[in-house]
Design a protein around this ligand. Sequence first.
Ligand code: TRP
Length: 452
Amino acid sequence: MESKRSSFTGKLGFVLAAAGSAVGLGNIWRFPYLAAKYGGGIFLLVYIALSVTFGFSLMIAEIALGRKTKLSAIRAYGSLDKRFSFVGILCSLVPVIILPYYSVIGGWVMKYMFGFITGKTAEMAQDTYFNSYLGITVEPILWFLLFIGITALIVLLGVEKGVEKISKIMMPILIGLIVFIVAYTLITMDGAWDGVVYYLKPDFSKFSLMTVVAAMGQLFYSMSLAMGIMITFGSYMKKEINIEKSVKQIEVFDTGVAFLAGLMIIPAVFAFSGGNEAALGQGPGLMFVTLPKIFDAMPGGSFIGAAFFVMVLFAALTSSISLMETVVSIFMDKLKIGRKVSILVVLGGSLLLGVVSSLGYSAWADVKVLGMQFLDFFDFFSNSLLMPIVALATVIFVGFILKPKAIIEEVELLEPFKFKKLFTAVIRFVAPVCILIILVSSILTAFGIVSI
Ligand code: TRP
């Protein structure tokens, strides 16, 4: 089976496919709300610093591991060292947990898209709209079902390629719209520039360990690291393609989109709240509360809002499709079932977890797991717990068992590996220490032992 692995065509094919799966709600929804919450400039600085050292090294390691073994994550670790088979299994759990709640947020995106199409812009721009919408029991579940249903249908019919083609056209339009919205906010809205300062100027007094925990979790999430995805991508990558260059391109693109999304949301929050910093700490709803206000203030805003959410929907769909594909193939492999059955199993499991995530905001709002409601808990469990464990195991594995040399050789098949010293230092020393600190602190905070 392995010898028949298909591969990406063309030089850009790999980068585009990997970037298409990496850019999604993580960049547009998750990054801005975390940056707003964790101190703006300081979060951005920590994120970029982690991305060029840690993200760079881990992505190189994962892609090279995949290309070297030509195996997907579940088997790649075990095939090189039996003791590390558990990492493959932990990796596989991550997309299983992410897919359901990702689709709940995909449902929110669809709801807002239809809101703009039907001209409810002024209504959606009200402060309380988002929270009262989430408080409804049934409607958000229906939108979630629609979103995950479309994802499953695309995977079932095998028309992912078509969606990817459309999204290649949508992506530049989305970026263009974001730039337009940024320009509009900065030119027309009083107080927006204070937001730019907050976003770009690091305030070191706002630094805490939690900034690093959040930034690292976001880095994993946004670049689809520490979950085996890049290993699988690597297993399809041709030997003629330069891993180091591809990684740099994916990182610049992914971080660029996230950066712009932050610039779109944070200054607007300042403008609409009159500089009240409390408005920054809203959490997951930030984008859904802020954007309608911008569109409401803009001539032709309903149309632009609708167009914007259509593009976001496509970005979200390419990610959810790739998430579902991953989970479906894991279940096919592990349970030895056919593709159709696997899709049904994955859909069933996701419906269950997704409905629970959605009810966590409404009927079950009082039920808490470790002090978090369900969606936050799933997000925390995958991003702050599983991914750091997988990342730690990966760097120990690559640094001390497989040895960095094996990865460097794979990268250097074509051209010299420019940053190989940085790579080795990060994989062997910096990353293990950092991740360990992060892991311990997120466990301690989750159990309420310390607050950081
Ligand atoms: N990186 C994606 C985003 O930013 C989300 C994501 C996480 C993902 N894990 C994934 C996408 C696995 C595809 C496959 O939205």
